[in-house]
Design a protein around this ligand. Sequence first.
Ligand code: GDP
Ligand code: MN
Ligand code: MN
Length: 254
Amino acid sequence: MDLELVAVPDLPEIRPGDSLPTLVGDRIDLRPDDVVCVASTVVSKAEGRLADLDDFPAGPRARELAANLEAATGEEKDPRFAQAVLEESTDVLIESPFLLTETRFGHVTVNAGIDRSNVPDADLLLLPERPSESAERIRSGVDADRVVVTDTCGRPFRHGQRGVAVGWAGLPASRDWRGECDREGRELSVTVESVVDELAAAANLVAGEGAGGTPVVVVRGFDFGDHEGSDEQFRDVERDFVRRALRGWSYARD
Ligand code: GDP
Ligand code: MN
Ligand code: MN
């Protein structure tokens, strides 16, 4: 399989209400089997997910979190920012020395994915509310059948960040190799490959992180192949043993 990755050129600064499908369609001829990978930053901007710290008056829990973070890091922490993170989250996995939370749509990330870079005219940029629905809306407006919404995200156990998929449409999140055989004829029993994360990482590699201005990357030539697909991406608490370990819960087979 030959893959090609093409950054959509000359996209402007994205503003609330902008049509990403139109802006993309005006700049590149898409093919039906392209995967259009869009940085969540611009999806959020188009959806008006900009906010100011003053929109989040800090409650007692946010003040407590900010004070603990300040004590742990020696850096000034704004309790309004902690409040914004809490309001975007359903669960706080780590409180110090940074906030690792589960967003309302199930993605676990630092600070609920709230960005402070590449955000003009506002203090904060929140992740899209439901990124897979955003992906579906973009998909219905472009001449390509597959869309992935990405974010740059840190990783446990390893240094460095990379792109992950926060939303997707037109393809399953994963392809399931279970039941297929390796080269020795041994049946695979665990491998479920998160193709949307792999596509997001490849796109993020081309999009870059700074002032490059290339938030949309088209992956051309990706063949999902003849596999079962799955949309399971975010582990639920019961089957998330790392999260259970963080809480000191033991592993109990049910
Ligand atoms: P994130 O990974 O979704 O948080 O997005 P980043 O802030 O890392 O930005 C990814 C890419 O999009 C970088 O090349 C940025 O320069 C670019 N970018 C961010 N916002 C805009 C925008 O409004 N317009 C354009 N043209 N590029 C942007
Ligand atoms: Mn981001
Ligand atoms: Mn990024």
